[in-house]
Design a protein around this ligand. Structure first.
Ligand code: TYC
Length: 106
């Protein structure tokens, strides 16, 4: 951390930590959206492969998306979130499924 000199009343110079000025980079949620056609098993494989979930975690998230319409797969910096969305889109398209994956600022 940077330090800066500061005058103290009645004293000489004191060294104090400078205020933090840089904001941390924004994070993005990556979400899966439900549809009526993508097989449940395929969604579980997506969550295992691209979001490093166990079969048990992946099943819980898939069923949440199936019931609620959407669900969070993970939270990432922007570039990584973009890559996840693109990877899921390419994988789903290659297998002929309409599975949709989106990101939104956290
Ligand atoms: N609703 C799908 C089905 O009944 C399963 C599904 C779950 C699809 C999650 C997409 O993101 C999704 N086969």
């Amino acid at each position: 951390m940077a330090i800066r000199k500061q005058t103290q009343p009645g004293e000489g110079l004191a060294l104090e930590p400078e205020r933090q000025r840089t904001k941390p980079p924004p994070l993005y949620k990556v979400l899966l959206l439900n549809d009526d056609y993508t097989p449940m098993e395929f969604v579980v494989v997506v969550l295992e492969r691209f979001f490093r979930m166990s079969r048990e975690q992946a099943t819980v998230v898939m069923l949440k998306v199936h019931r609620d319409g959407r669900g969070v797969c993970g939270v990432f910096p922007r570039d990584l979130a973009t890559t996840k969305v693109e990877q899921v889109a390419a994988f789903a398209q290659r297998h002929g499924h309409p599975l949709a994956c989106v990101m939104e600022e956290n």
